[in-house]
Design a protein. Structure first.
Length: 101
């Protein structure tokens, strides 16, 4: 029985070493899919209670903006918003806002 223990311990160690790269590759692939691409949105910033939304009249869509301090200076202004969108919550993570002249 004592002779088999080192062989068993070696086999378990080998399996763990082989599984680690596979697991990290799976995690890396999942993180890559979760990273959102920066997009550009056009519309008018409107107040919605304590929040601000970007109202896109062309697509008849409204997107909540995650940075009310940045958006407050553009209330009622037609703008270009750069950021990433969280589709399930229809929320734009704002990176930049620029007025359209």
């Amino acid at each position: 029985m004592q002779r088999n223990f080192p062989a068993l311990a070696g086999a378990v160690t080998l399996l763990c070493l082989m599984a680690a790269p596979i697991q990290s590759a799976v995690v890396a692939a999942a993180e890559f899919r979760m990273q959102a691409q920066t997009e550009t949105f056009f519309g008018t910033i409107l107040r919605d209670g304590d929040n601000f939304v970007l109202s896109d009249s062309a697509s008849k869509s409204k997107y909540r903006l995650d940075n009310p301090r940045m958006a407050s200076g553009y209330e009622g202004v037609t703008v270009k918003v750069t950021g990433t969108i969280d589709t399930p919550s229809n929320l734009i993570h704002v990176e930049a806002i620029q007025p359209i002249v």
